[in-house]
Design a protein around this ligand. Structure first.
Ligand code: CO8
Length: 298
């Protein structure tokens, strides 16, 4: 609960951040949370002080689905790095085999009260607002499949490197679940690949394999899977060579209108989500999709 309150409240956030402890040796700092329960952290951050670059590993088995706890932990860690002026770059990758992130945790949207839906959706907005407006250089090292919310998280970064593997897919596939990508998901994709490609991709809920994703500019580079992280580190060096203030102002100039659009419509967007997701027909679509996932497994 403290984590969740922290995302909503700045002073609670500062108190919580002060509990985050540096550990480890060799000049690297591993930021983990001192938690009162036994749940293992869903996010692991290694901050290399000498390079000024942090690597954030998504480690929420089995598929890094973004639950409320996951998103809250993500935001707290991001805020901590953002406040540390020595951290200039952030690489986001997955510790789970074959999956970067399965997107939003569907179970947070299925059979939940309007209050729970609100808390969850607010956390999704918060993740996007924090990451899209980050002063850090952000690189997604996509080492697995990356649908829906996972795709959004990577699109929100400055640069995307994906494993060259035809079995890995990426895209905003919401319509396949019978749901609609929020306008700021759509805007983030439009800002990356343009209007026409986004229109078709979103209407059809397309998931692209890695080479298709490169072709439409959904990702910037493909490399063999075992080189995703090293390539992200090398790419980071290139971006670090640009003076921070000039790059940050430019990033803000490019992204501010999109960010302002959500900031000024945030409450209406939440109400819209609640009334949509709690509809019987939408709940039925989610149930069918979850059953399909389970059947496919068997
Ligand atoms: N949320 C919750 N549980 C999930 C999710 C998810 N997104 N994805 C998978 N799981 C569960 C599975 O049901 C399964 O559970 P169990 O073990 O209990 O049967 C377990 O995770 C493992 O899944 P798989 O066996 O399917 O694992 P695979 O390695 O075979 O496949 C995939 C991994 C490809 C990621 C596959 O799980 C998959 O396709 N998942 C669904 C991905 C998806 O469609 N996500 C969309 C989520 S919606 C979203 O992100 C944006 C919503 C925007 C808001 C809308 C406003 C209206």
């Amino acid at each position: 609960m403290a984590l969740r309150a922290a995302v909503r409240n700045k002073s609670a956030l500062s108190a919580l951040l002060s509990q985050l402890s540096p550990c480890n040796s060799h000049g690297r700092v591993c930021v983990t949370q001192r938690r009162n329960n036994s749940t293992s952290p869903k996010i692991k951050v290694d901050f290399d002080h000498s390079a000024g670059v942090a690597v954030m590993r998504l480690q929420s088995p089995p598929v890094n689905s973004m639950s409320l706890d996951f998103l809250t932990e993500f935001c707290v860690n991001l805020e901590k790095l953002e406040m540390d002026k020595s951290c200039r770059g952030l690489i986001i990758t997955s510790s789970q085999p074959k999956v970067f992130s399965a997107g939003l945790d569907i179970m947070e949207m299925y059979g939940k009260s309007p209050e729970s839906c609100e808390e969850f959706y607010r956390a999704v907005q918060e993740m996007w607002l924090k990451l899209y407006s980050s002063n850090m250089i952000t690189i997604a090292a996509i080492n697995g499949t990356c649908p829906a919310g996972g795709c959004l998280m990577s699109l929100t970064c400055d640069y995307r490197i994906m494993a060259d593997n035809p079995r890995y897919s990426i895209g905003l596939n919401e319509t396949q679940l019978g749901i609609v990508a929020p306008f700021w998901f759509k805007d983030t994709m439009v800002n990356t690949v343009g209007h026409r490609t986004t229109e078709m991709a979103l209407e059809l809920g397309l998931l692209y394999n890695s080479s298709e994703a490169l072709k439409i500019g959904l990702v910037d580079k493909l490399v063999p899977e075992d080189q995703v992280l090293t390539t992200a580190t090398q790419t980071m060096t290139k971006w670090l060579a640009i003076p921070d203030h000039a790059r940050q102002i430019t990033k803000s100039m490019m992204r501010k209108p999109t960010i302002d659009k959500l900031t000024s419509n945030r409450e209406a967007d939440i109400q819209n989500f609640i009334s949509f997701i709690t509809k019987d027909s939408i709940q039925k679509s989610l149930r069918v999709y979850v059953e399909m996932l389970k059947k496919r497994k068997g």
